[in-house]
Design a binder for this molecule. Sequence first.
Ligand code: FIX
Ligand code: ZN
Length: 418
Amino acid sequence: MKPTNEPIAVSDLARQIQTRVDSTPILDIHTHLYDPAFRELLLWGIDDLLTYHYLVAEAFRYLEMPYEKFWGLSKSSQADLIWEALFLEHSPVSEACRGVLTTLQLLGLDPKKRDLPAIRRWFASQKVEDHINRCFELAGLSKVFMTNSPFDDVERAVWDKAFIRDPRFEAGLRIDPLLLSWPTAAECLLKWGYAVQPEPNAKTFDEVRRFLADWSTRIEAKYLMVSLGPDFSFPDQSVTTKVIEHSVLPHCREQGLPLALMPGVRRAVNPQLRLAGDGVGLADLSGLQNLCSGYPDVKFMATILARENQHDACVLARKCRNLHIFGCWWFTNVPSLVQEITRMRLELIGLSFTPQHSDARILDQVVYKWRHFRSVLTTALVQQYTQLAETGWQVTQAELDRDIRDLFGGAFTRFAGP
Ligand code: FIX
Ligand code: ZN
């Protein structure tokens, strides 16, 4: 359908919005997926889908076995237990469970057969390259951002060898250890040839900058990213503040790269659950505010974990044009909260944000995460544009196209730069 400057009639708004939301390609700005060159780091298939940490946490609501016994099992035995507990012994009503079923259904498998062995056989017969194409197509994705950490030994080994990049996988430079576990990160940097001291001095900060510059160039990073506890503060007397101030911010400013902050995660609330054991805390966003207002020449992005923080984050974005709000992260990625948060953002900051990222860890998840989101977004936009029409304003097809493209990556791309 070629967009025109014809105004859209109110009676046709819902259909026009739905068609566009369903067909506009998406740039997924934060995932944990990998370019296929990273081989086993790119997770896909039914056993990875079932052992997703969201489902592990949910399964342990019902499982009575010791955690260690579960972790001692093979991946497929863990998947069997989760399938039984969450799909067979109880109805799979949670968002993460429904997600597995949406994915299977869209891949052409029949969820009502409840035939896990047959599903496994189907996945075993797929080739990863074709499967990537299929998942991207079903999800309507143009590109996804990886989460790339030089501190991950397996991942670093791949970057150390030359390989041809798949252009659909963009890089985001993840720097959590640098900001959250300084002495350990410093040891790594020293080992890799950067002359840093455990007690950082001016030379150390320059060397950290050199490290950031090397890795940003090497992976062609489009932003830097860190997840933070709810108690993150800035500025304070910590090494974190010093490294941010003297290394990260100058690097981001110089290279024009945004720094993405993800506050609110309480790591290892239940360490026995491993990756599934992280929780949420209400964050004090004054650290983010001090960064945004103190460094207007640096670009910041933020997604916040606690539902209760969404409003302050949005108000902050109204005050600071160098802040790009994105995504309904993790525990907020459930339709009822996505609806609430997206509407609030539209009402407060118009179309100048990125309403969702998938955070997919398993390739197949992009299929359900985006299918579910498109449906919620359609409802939110129909409400918003209908209210707009009630004022007598008429939106054209071309304008609607533009707006939805902005929500699906256009606004981010403009913000983050080329
Ligand atoms: O820190 C992050 O990027 C989080 O998204 C993950 O660590 C988390 O485990 C996750 O998968 C959330 O969706
Ligand atoms: Zn993530």
